[in-house]
Write a protein that binds this ligand. Structure first.
Ligand SMILES: [Zn+2]
Length: 327
């Protein structure tokens, strides 16, 4: 499905089969000199077909189209290899570009997911040791393509608009948005979504995910934005209102996490089971392994943030991480 949002700006809906997000919004900015395509869909036949058909309908030649990937998650980056050409450029934020290139080596990715399965306590909880079930592992294309790093303030003149790259770490460490100041438009990737709150997962202790995300929300709240083009679901008009809701959601979540710990000592997997999830499954046991991993990573992001705020103590026993109240 293609929708013309504003002159030269098209939304292409890419279906995400069997995924709770349902579809990805890819955006095409049409320009007689060079087009810009933002985000792609999974490396899956259904996504490839939808993208190829849309590009054909819009009369787009990928030789004359660069790719801007808001972040490395495979629903956004999975078709990069399919769409890259010798003469086009693939843009991505620095941390994500590095991870994207590392993930082209499947063994490195499996290692990260395997570490989470183990350290979060999910294996103790009886889930199978299948790190390859993580969606990134399944829906990535491992063929190597070079990625160019986009930095804060980089400008893209496309479609009669002036797009400015804005660094918004949180959902991923290298997440980037595109801002058009004159028309007050933000292409937001998964930084701000309507109805669903972007997943925040901790996969590496290099980052305080929440500590990055909240300031990135405030950075956008300080801009004049009248229309948000998000990576999933509906366009958003009231960006400040939505940012406020998302901030409150995480404040509540931190309280939930503290409450579910009580006086005890728990793993991230145990905490995840007691958190509220925006999913259609009734019980934790029904979560597919991929969703359990993402839930544990999100619990870990909140737990680790509380550790850094001195509200929790983190300890380790036989490689598994445990969290308990500091007081
Ligand atoms: Zn996404």
């Amino acid at each position: 499905m293609i929708e013309c949002i504003l002159p030269n700006i098209y939304r292409i809906e890419i279906p995400l089969p069997k995924n709770p997000l349902k579809a990805l919004n890819s955006y095409l900015i049409k320009d007689p000199r060079r087009n810009l395509l933002v985000d792609t869909g999974f490396n899956l036949e259904a996504c490839r077909d939808a993208m190829d058909q849309a590009l054909q309908e819009l009369g787009i030649d990928m030789e004359e189209t660069d790719l801007f990937i808001t972040h490395l998650h495979t629903d956004h980056s999975g078709l990069v290899q399919h769409l890259s050409r010798p003469n086009n450029t693939v843009w991505m934020g620095k941390d994500d570009a590095e991870m994207f290139e590392a993930n082209m080596r499947e063994d490195l990715f499996i290692q990260t997911a395997g570490t989470l399965l183990f350290r979060s306590g999910l294996l103790l909880d009886g889930v199978p040791n299948h790190p390859q079930e993580e969606a990134t592992a399944k829906y990535a294309d491992r063929a190597f393509v070079p990625v160019s790093v986009v930095r804060e303030g980089d400008i893209f003149l496309r479609g009669g608009y002036t797009w400015q790259a804005i660094s918004t770490p949180g959902h991923t460490a290298g997440h980037m948005c595109l801002y058009e100041a004159q028309h007050k438009i933000l292409i937001a990737g998964d930084h701000i979504l309507d109805k669903i709150t972007p997943n925040l997962g901790l996969w590496s202790f290099k980052y305080d995910v929440l500590g990055q995300y909240i300031p990135s929300l405030e950075k956008i709240a300080a801009l004049e934005v009248e229309l948000v083009l998000p990576g999933h679901r509906n366009l958003i008009a009231d960006v400040r209102g939505r940012i406020e809701e998302i901030k409150q959601h995480h404040e509540r979540r931190l309280q939930d996490v503290l409450q579910s710990l009580g006086k005890g000592k728990k793993t991230a997997a145990q905490v995840a089971q007691h958190m509220q999830w925006d999913l259609s499954y009734k019980h934790w046991d029904e979560f597919p392994l991929n969703q359990k991993m993402h839930a544990a990573a999100e619990a870990m992001a909140h737990l680790y943030h509380l550790v850094l705020r001195d509200q929790l103590i983190m300890s380790e026993d036989k490689g598994i991480l445990y969290f308990q109240p500091a007081f």
